[in-house]
Design a protein around this ligand. Sequence first.
Ligand SMILES: NC(=O)c1ccc[n+]([C@@H]2O[C@H](COP(=O)([O-])OP(=O)(O)OC[C@H]3O[C@@H](n4cnc5c(N)ncnc54)[C@H](OP(=O)(O)O)[C@@H]3O)[C@@H](O)[C@H]2O)c1
Length: 386
Amino acid sequence: MKSIIILGSTGSIGTNTLDIVQRFPEDFRVIGMTGGGNIERLEAQIRSFKPQAVAVSTESSAAMLRARCLDLPVEILAGEEGITQVAAMPGADLVISAIVGAAGLVPTLAAIRSGKHIALANKEPMVMAGKLMQDEARKHGVKIFPVDSEHSAIFQSLEGHRLEDVRRLILTASGGALWTLTKEQLQDVTPERALQHPNWKMGSKITIDSATLMNKGLEVVEARWLFSISESRIDVVVHRESIIHSLVEYTDRSMIAQLGLPDMRTPISYAMRYPERLPLDLPSLDLAEVGTLTFCKPDHDRFPCLNLGYESLRVGGTMPAVLNAANEIAVDAFLNGGIRFLGIAEVIRNTMDAHTCRDVSSLDDALEADRWARVKADSLVHAFSR
Ligand SMILES: NC(=O)c1ccc[n+]([C@@H]2O[C@H](COP(=O)([O-])OP(=O)(O)OC[C@H]3O[C@@H](n4cnc5c(N)ncnc54)[C@H](OP(=O)(O)O)[C@@H]3O)[C@@H](O)[C@H]2O)c1
């Protein structure tokens, strides 16, 4: 029986994780959970899974949750401090890191520093401070298991092989909701249209990242740190069907890939039970029914965000944290009707251009770059606003 903590239990990854816990009650016990503001869902989760401690992002949400849970023996904490306390609470074997965005950095790092293994869905902290997170993981004997389907596929395709035999990693990209649109059509895309992902049901931020291809840019940075490989050896290919989740090419030119229907419960369960595989009662991939798998190159003209991800890595230091923060501000502005779809890349590009890069040798360095970029990107959002 593994004791687990779920950071972001109310989100898409969080609820998929709880679905696995529900299917395998002999294997997992949830001792801690955190949410943002979805109090109703969190209350239902507390009643079903009976964690010892829970945290939410504000004191007012915590007060509402406490009032709803008076009959339950659960400690309810608030704010980043409360979430961080839950992330580091004693007794857990594994922390599922599934908060969205930079808000996950401090709690995930606290979980690492308290010696807990991590199942990492929340890619943004790895983008902001990948070297620091890996250094801390090594120092505390912590394993970071990828949950992102692409990184899980690479992790699985590397099993039993020598790292020195790897030639390159190839991340597959679905292309997101807007892949078939022209640049002119992209100009007038609404948030509702951009949120219609063809293959995956995910939170709104990552769904927009998928449509801009920034999700792949963030994943290139994540792969660089998860697998200790330079960005020049990480490629991206667009594969609309999301059946091949990613590939590794070896020096003898053979490629090893991992395939499956798009369902996050497969990579989540692999990270939770590694090296065992859980017998998931899900539909099988029927290759004869799929018939054809297609591949093409990314289009950097219509979707410039992927290249911004590569560029942030080439510059290094605080630049990936700046890329990430500017993206969070720009996506939020797009979702709220503040800027156009193509304005997202413009805001990020201009924020990066204005940044003077520094080394990230501490958490404060990453947080300071994040704060700076948010202010800068916010001012650009006003300049670009419709
Ligand atoms: N969804 C996927 O299939 C998928 C696949 C690969 C990787 N990922 C990565 O996994 C992470 C989570 O994605 P998701 O799709 O599950 O997102 P989501 O559905 O939007 O869920 C985000 C979770 O984070 C919580 N949260 C939001 N802001 C917070 C804050 N300031 N402080 C504390 N908690 C906060 C939310 O709480 P409330 O809802 O209660 O407000 C929710 O529990 C992202 O980094 C994403 O890139 C997701």
